[in-house]
Design a protein around this ligand. Sequence first.
Ligand code: AMP
Ligand code: FE
Ligand code: FE
Ligand code: ZN
Length: 286
Amino acid sequence: MIDLHMHSHCSDGTDSPEQLVILAKKLGLKAIALTDHDTILGLPALQRAAELHDLDVLSGLELSVDARLPNDGHLHLLGYGFDPTHRQFGETLTWLRDERAHRAEKIVAKLRSHQVDITWPELVEYAGESAIGRPHIGALLIKRKYVNTMQEAFDKYLGVGQPGYVPKAKLNEQAAIDLIHRAGGLAILAHPHFMGFSEFSGLQERLEKLGDLGLDGVEAWYSGMPPEFAAQLRSYADERGMICTGGSDYHGSVKPDIKMGTGIGGDLEVPDDLIAKLRQRLSINS
Ligand code: AMP
Ligand code: FE
Ligand code: FE
Ligand code: ZN
């Protein structure tokens, strides 16, 4: 079993990279990738721990992409096997990180004008090294007793249409795919069933366009993906020579139902051979 989709406290997860490695070993996973949102800050610690505990790791990240989609769908792009030291790649991630900080500062200002007394320095201290996001602000709202749960924080303050909502800066589809390619990585469409298409046929049209932009593959093993949808996705990928990946989208204790490796309710088993196919594609490209 392998797990190529998970988050650490460097984005919106709760485990440290070291804790992820230790848990993966305990669960008997053969390989993992850490796919934090818009950041690779956790990668050095992950690699050190993986070496110490003899676990196979692949570089990864998850980008939010600006795309017009039906039914409030969203497009996330996974990158794998890139060179984390690539200069332009690093610069763009720094830009995304700065944009996140600017946005969080705006959110704090909006909340303050709505009688929520949290401050920017307080949030910076709370978020520490991690790529700052709405979950950090939500956690602070809980700590300061403005709300009781993260859901309530989003419903009352942080979600679309609420007083603290500020949209996030995102790359467009082409820019996101190119960014990953320039650093030598593969661009994979994350959890395609969250893109808002109710039928596979709707997604298929979009996949054709993303394929033309250079998309390398799709995440076709994901807990809770409707089985028929997953089967169509896998056969589509096979026909087009796209690769398939899979993972749990583990976030630690903020999403306690999602277990590393096995997903929600244990319905996930990502085949081990996917990582060899990924590496084979990476070596052909290099
Ligand atoms: P951001 O990237 O700052 O816009 O924050 C998005 C993250 O917030 C997502 O990756 C989720 O982990 C989390 N999130 C979004 N909506 C909710 C919600 N309704 N309840 C709890 N967490 C949420
Ligand atoms: Fe997340
Ligand atoms: Fe995602
Ligand atoms: Zn994710």
